[in-house]
Write a protein that binds this ligand. Structure first.
Ligand code: UDP
Ligand code: MG
Length: 315
């Protein structure tokens, strides 16, 4: 274990197949962090690289003990890589940065400055994003939608470059593709977030790890995040709400048909409205039951974690 004092800043770098970028990234990080005058550590999380990234990292570690390397047994995705880095980080301040040299470490002091002003999360905003046009358009739409549904006012949710105060990460587990919503989760827990404009460079080596499959995946993740942030403690409100609406509509249709039947208009059993009404009632009952089951699961799980987050305790 290190003889020197605990690092103040932990940089977490998730990477998959970035062998060409790593040496320069390391040099730039060390240069930028030395300027802060703080003790730091660099945590590289090798997310199942199949190139020589592992060897490059091992030799960086041999030269510099501030370099720590976590090797995954296979590719688990960027969210898991970040999560692992957060678990290992010892610093009060955590910086996340992509390994592909698109983010520039020289911005780190500006991130730290914001944390020192009291913010809990500082998100980068790639004002002039250096990626293909299609990606930029998609990202605009994505950011607009997330801003709207989450109510969190950021321009660039998916920026890999962030600074986070360690306490604000407690209890957060990133999995799947949820790293894109880290700022939403932290804001939703009552922490203060802000953004700063950052420079962005084109990718010089290797290729982007994400293609167009990120659209449908992003959509489902968005549903997950709405659910997690708004309804995880009251699932019946969501399911019950929609179920009630559907059931009521179905019952109203059936009541209307019943009245017609009594008034002598038959047969009603073959009318589309009849089938529709029956379907709506069934869907309503199903959703209500789903909501109740969710509440039961919540009741069982709730014992394991507190349902609140303390900012301070004065005793
Ligand atoms: N990355 C990772 N695991 C993955 C995919 C990507 O650790 O499964 C890393 C990648 O090496 C890079 C960062 O996540 O450091 C961002 O990935 P990329 O540059 O491909 O995304 P883009 O900039 O195109 O959005
Ligand atoms: Mg990139």
């Amino acid at each position: 274990m290190d003889q020197e004092s605990r690092p103040k800043i932990s940089v977490v770098i998730p990477l998959k197949n970035e062998q060409e970028s790593l040496p320069e990234l390391y040099r730039n990080l060390v240069a930028a962090l030395s300027n802060t005058g703080q003790c730091f550590e660099l945590i590289f999380v090798n997310d199942g690289s199949t190139d020589r990234s592992g060897q490059v990292l091992a030799s960086l570690h041999d030269q510099d003990h501030r370099v720590k390397v976590a090797e995954f047994s296979r590719n688990f995705g960027k969210s898991s890589a970040l999560s692992c880095g957060f678990d290992l980080a010892q610093g009060d301040y955590i910086i996340t940065i992509d390994a592909d040299l698109q983010d520039d470490p020289k911005e780190i002091p500006r991130f730290i400055e914001k944390l020192e002003q009291g913010y809990d999360l500082v998100s980068g905003w790639k004002v002039l994003r250096q990626d293909p046009l299609g990606r930029k358009v998609l990202s605009r739409i994505f950011n607009g939608v997330v801003r709207m549904v989450s109510g969190v006012k950021l321009h660039d949710f998916n920026c890999g470059f962030k600074a986070i105060r360690k306490e604000s990460l407690e209890g957060i587990r990133l999995y799947g593709d949820l790293h894109r919503y880290l700022a939403v989760m932290i804001a939703h827990r009552g922490f203060q977030i802000t953004e700063i404009e950052v420079e962005h460079h084109p990718r010089r080596f290797g290729q982007s790890k994400y293609g167009f499959e990120r659209i449908p995946r992003g959509f489902f993740d968005l549903l997950t995040i709405i659910f997690i942030t708004q309804y995880s403690y009251r699932p019946l409100h969501l399911f019950g709400g929609i179920g009630f609406f559907s059931g009521a509509l179905g019952l109203a249709s059936l009541a209307y048909l019943t009245i017609l039947w009594f008034l002598g208009s038959r047969p009603i059993g073959t009318r589309p409205l009849f089938i529709g009404g029956v379907m709506l009632v069934m869907v309503g009952v199903q959703l209500l039951s789903l909501g109740l089951i969710s509440e039961l699961m919540l009741k069982l799980n709730i014992r394991q974690e507190p349902t609140y987050l303390l900012k301070r305790l004065i005793k």
